[in-house]
Design a protein around this ligand. Structure first.
Ligand SMILES: Cc1cc2nc3c(=O)[nH]c(=O)nc-3n(C[C@H](O)[C@H](O)[C@H](O)COP(=O)(O)OP(=O)(O)OC[C@H]3O[C@@H](n4cnc5c(N)ncnc54)[C@H](O)[C@@H]3O)c2cc1C
Ligand SMILES: NC(=O)c1ccc[n+]([C@@H]2O[C@H](COP(=O)([O-])OP(=O)(O)OC[C@H]3O[C@@H](n4cnc5c(N)ncnc54)[C@H](OP(=O)(O)O)[C@@H]3O)[C@@H](O)[C@H]2O)c1
Length: 476
């Protein structure tokens, strides 16, 4: 008997989505919109909690942005959607397992580590990746035990992206500013005792090339006890930058420069914490015997590269800035999944329009796809992942029509569920997550906070056991 094409009620199209960040949810959303197909989606997440960087990256003082999870929640409660939290692909289940159970696999695993500067002293105590600090203040279980010496008064943040803005802002915020957010409680306590007074944000190019966006640079100037300091000579536009601004249709850079110019003329506001925005400097060495004591930077100038972009090239002028902590915020980096092709240089899963590409066979893999940061690299806001996921799902649907899918041995929900329960008895369903979500919100409520997060997996599992015991006291 020939099998019918998957996508019917009798033979649903079975899709595994690996990762529950924005890109995974937008992929699920576009699949759910295909009303002519019956599609069953299983979403795998290595943590017991969903939503990727919306929970573990977006800054705690940006609560409005986090409300995007209401959209994801609606996707997750569909009867053809299952969430398998606390299940790591590559640890609890392997690619070969997925190939046995699904017609299609979408990798949406994000980019969980950081890029390195590759300079001497980078591994000295006191030198950290922004990734660690961000994960720590957001109660991500991987980073909750990180330690940052906040008794230091002077800190350098390397990079001019929005993550650098987040890190500088959190370091410069007061207890009161953070106490109404969902920042990890241990981070709130540690930051309340922080002695950080001077934060140097170091950009390798000029103000007109900064990657941060207008609201984020403005927000730095709105902090209660911190002021932004910009040297007038740093915002004086060089001819290449002036020309680039004049010919660009995107006004972001021009407005960034205007905001920075305002900072450069505002005078001393007398606030106790200072954020120094410095431009045209690249770190060349982190100095210190036992720990970070200073950062040595080289002054850069801009040149036009062959592709028309403006690049920073070093001059022979150096400067040493005494700092006790360094956070490099120069971009995230993907990590390979076992048995899945990986581009080590770019830190992404190689792909052609979202179809996973195997460089050894010089062909795309049947039924395997990629979305989000692990598809295109670690850039773009939450919304960027929507068209990105849609484009990949369109390719998947082309492949449904042409029959270019995985031919799984056991494409039924029950056999997957059985396998997962064997491999990970502590798997967390979406109903479980909603219990955990409620527990976190209840902890926050008396404190006037949106939630107080759990930061350890065993803690989350214990809360679930307790709450489920209440729901079902007989244990049946
Ligand atoms: C610090 C920071 C702050 C940001 N703030 C904002 C903001 O304010 N506004 C905005 O619009 N954008 C913001 N962004 C950008 C936004 O977060 C990203 O565009 C978006 O999260 C990328 O989505 P993703 O699904 O590709 O990856 P992620 O959000 O990283 O999701 C990947 C998910 O996959 C899971 N996973 C990884 N490996 C496995 C595995 N092997 N098995 C199972 N699951 C796995 C991870 O645990 C994670 O949940 C921020 C980014 C960062 C880094
Ligand atoms: N509020 C928000 O909306 C928000 C918050 C956080 C993050 N995000 C988004 O998430 C994405 C990632 O943000 P991100 O800040 O990690 O990355 P990013 O926007 O790519 O910025 C990286 C910064 O690091 C610099 N850099 C790279 N390599 C360097 C090196 N070797 N030495 C010195 N500087 C170096 C870059 O400078 P060059 O430009 O010279 O390369 C750039 O300024 C972005 O799209 C961002 O907008 C959004």
């Amino acid at each position: 008997m020939t099998k019918s094409r998957p996508g019917t009620p009798a033979n649903p199209l079975r899709v595994a989505i690996i990762g529950s960040g924005p890109s995974g949810f937008y992929a699920a959303d576009f699949l759910q919109k295909q009303t002519d197909l019956t599609i069953q989606i299983d979403m795998y997440e290595r943590l017991p909690t969903p939503y990727g960087l919306v929970r573990g990256g977006v800054a705690p003082d940006h609560q409005k942005i986090k409300s995007v999870t209401n959209v994801y929640e609606k996707i997750a409660v569909d009867e053809n959607f299952r969430f398998y939290g606390n299940v790591e692909v590559g640890r609890d289940v392997m690619r070969a397992d997925l190939l046995r159970h699904y017609h299609a696999i979408i990798y949406a695993i994000g980019t969980r580590t950081d890029r390195r500067m590759g300079i001497p002293g980078e591994d000295l105590p006191g030198s950290h990746a922004a990734t660690e600090f961000v994960g720590w203040y957001n109660a991500h279980p991987d980073f909750r035990d990180c330690e940052f010496d906040l008794s230091q008064e002077r800190v350098a943040v390397i990079g001019n992206g929005n993550v650098a803005m987040d890190v500088a802002r959190i370091l410069a915020s007061t207890y009161e500013e953070l106490a109404t957010t969902d920042i990890a409680d241990y981070a709130l306590e540690a930051l309340a005792k922080s002695r950080v007074r001077e934060i140097y944000v170091l950009g390798r190019r000029g103000p007109a090339q900064a990657a941060f966006t207008n609201p984020e640079i403005r927000e730095l100037g709105e902090l209660r006890e911190a002021e932004v300091i910009v040297r007038p000579e740093d915002v004086e536009l060089d001819p290449l930058s002036a020309e680039a601004l004049a010919t660009s249709s995107d006004r972001t850079a021009e407005r960034n420069v205007q905001v920075l110019m305002r900072y450069s003329t505002q005078g001393d506001l007398g606030k106790p914490r200072k954020i120094y925005m410095r431009f045209f400097v690249s770190p060349v060495e982190i100095l210190g015997d036992e720990r970070v004591e200073a950062i040595r930077v080289v002054k850069n100038k801009l040149v036009r590269a062959e592709d028309g972009s403006l690049r920073a090239v070093p001059t022979d002028e150096y400067e040493t800035i005494p700092v006790g902590l360094v956070f490099r915020s120069i971009g995230y980096m993907g990590v390979a999944l076992p048995d899945v092709p990986f581009d080590e240089r770019r830190g992404i899963i190689p792909n052609i329009d979202g179809r996973v590409f195997d460089p050894q066979r010089m062909d795309t893999l049947v039924g395997e796809y990629v979305v989000g940061w692990i598809k295109r690299g670690p850039s773009g806001i939450i919304g960027t992942n929507k068209p990105d996921a849609q484009a990949t799902v369109m390719r998947l649907l082309d492949d449904v029509r042409s029959g270019r899918l995985i031919d799984p041995e056991a494409p039924d929900r029950e056999s997957v569920e059985q396998l997962l329960r064997e491999r990970q008895p502590d798997l967390v369903t979406f109903d479980d997550w909603q219990l955990l979500d409620m527990a976190e919100r209840e902890r926050g409520q008396p404190l006037g906070r949106p939630r107080v997060k759990y930061s350890q997996v065993h803690e989350m599992l214990a809360v679930l056991t307790e709450r489920k015991g209440h729901l079902n006291p007989s244990g049946d």
